[in-house]
Design a protein around this ligand. Structure first.
Ligand code: SF4
Ligand code: SF4
Length: 423
């Protein structure tokens, strides 16, 4: 990635600290990813993207900015990409998934903040991630208390716009979210200097729907007995989907899905027959958080699906494409986004229904419910998740972890015992 040094300098990055990050990433990726056998050929695209992670997409974004386009950085799957795309803007995900950025976040946040928030703040303040430097505006949301307060701190350093998400899902809440989407659209128009029209928004809705459908195809390939792709590889595809151009993302996911369908037809698999099938539920796993997948898939099991924002919550449910007024389109967007079931809502029975449905659809042997340390929302909801799964006779293991490796051996012991217990 050395070719990008001048670009990083121009972005005002701390090159020395950034070098340290660039040195550890290839080894981590090699150990976790390249050690796998018989991977789908199409994964070559995602391997390449990771090898150039701080270079290739950032340079595309900078090129777009030179042509007058604006980049919006987001942290949550409730923020509608469609609105930004309709104004010819670009969306990039900004959730931090590395322990490398956590100490930077702890300089300004309590240690008892979830690692995702600490890493996201640290990546900006320590100037070690190009995506955080490039974004013209950050878009936050009021999903959890840690994020709400973190936005105030980030807002001192970068323009921030906050979307006020409802806490319940009554009809009036869905209408309120539609109004928030309309207000966001006005801000996006002002930032980009481009008007959002019905036609442009419908085009954007179609683009993002196509991306969702393509990702759903990749996930569907692991519903059957044959497993043509590892959970690790599928997770990588999902993590990078937050950063990539949506049309290219759809194209690459469809290419991967074609190969997986072919592999399934021929019985080509990456795990031996009878490997235990695990559904992961819980807090998101932002790139490069591959820890749990790696432990599970080197402990005799396979992750066949994630009920997470880095999983089904990202692509399930489409936005209706037939609306003819902006008002109706914002309402259609709101209806789709409010079908997401994050633990920040109460009651959140839809998430329990999702987990039980996915456990059945993916024919799982057990569920591992994951909580990022200090995420009080998912931690508390773990009680309801575990109870519902036990009532349904589905084995469940609840775990809490962070971005460090200090608990890796302890997790391995617990996960191996769980897999063994599955029979
Ligand atoms: S877990 Fe909730 S707050 Fe976090 S990205 Fe997902 S929807 Fe947003
Ligand atoms: S994992 Fe929990 S605490 Fe962390 S950002 Fe998401 S909802 Fe907030």
């Amino acid at each position: 990635m050395s070719d990008y040094v001048q670009m990083w300098k121009d972005l005002g990055m701390d090159l020395e600290t950034h070098d340290a990050l660039c040195q550890v990433l290839p080894t981590a990726f090699g150990d976790v990813y390249l050690s796998q056998e018989n991977r789908p050929e199409a994964m070559g695209f995602w391997d390449f993207v990771v090898s150039e992670i701080h270079g290739i997409r950032p340079s595309e974004l900078i090129e777009a900015q030179k042509n007058g386009r604006k980049v919006f950085g987001t942290f949550c799957v409730y923020v509608p990409d469609e609105v930004v795309i309709a104004a010819d803007g670009i969306v990039t995900g900004l959730c931090g998934g590395s322990q490398f950025w956590v100490p930077g976040g702890e300089k300004v946040l309590p240690k008892s903040t979830c690692p995702l928030i600490k890493a996201s703040v640290g990546a900006r303040l320590d100037r070690t991630c190009p995506f955080f430097r490039i974004a013209d505006m950050y878009v936050g949301e009021t999903t959890c208390d840690g994020k709400k307060k973190a936005w105030e701190i980030l807002g001192e350093d970068v323009p921030m716009y906050i979307m006020d998400i409802p806490q319940m899902k009554r009809e009036k809440d869905i209408e309120k979210w539609a109004q928030e989407i309309a207000a966001f659209a006005a801000v996006v128009e002002e930032q980009t200097g481009n008007k959002i029209t019905v036609e442009k928004l419908n085009d954007a809705i179609r683009i993002i729907n196509e991306k969702r459908k393509a990702m759903a195809r990749v996930f569907a390939a692991t519903k059957g007995k044959n497993l043509p792709i590892s959970g690790k590889d599928r997770l990588l595809m999902t993590q990078i989907a937050f950063f990539d151009d949506p049309a290219r993302c759809a194209q690459m996911c469809n290419k991967l899905a074609d190969e997986l369908d072919e592999r399934n037809a021929k019985g080509v698999r990456v795990f031996p027959a009878g490997t235990k099938r695990i559904l992961l539920s819980g807090t998101p796993l932002a790139i490069p958080n591959w820890k749990l997948h790696h432990i599970i898939e080197t402990s005799g099991a396979a992750v066949v699906c994630e009920e997470m924002c880095t999983g089904t919550r990202y692509f399930e449910n489409l936005v209706e494409e037939d609306k003819t007024t902006l008002e109706d389109q914002y309402m259609a967007l709101s209806r789709r986004y409010m079908k997401n079931n994050c633990a920040c809502f109460t009651p959140n029975t839809g998430r329990i229904d999702d987990i039980l449905r996915l456990a059945k659809e993916y024919e799982v042997d057990g569920v591992i419910d994951v909580n990022l340390k200090f995420c009080c929302l998912y931690d508390t909801e773990g009680y309801t998740v575990e109870k519902a799964l036990k009532d349904a006779g589905i084995p469940v293991l609840g775990i809490e972890t962070d971005y460090t490796d200090t608990d890796a051996e302890q997790l391995r012991t617990r996960i191996e015992a769980f897999v063994e217990m599955l029979g």
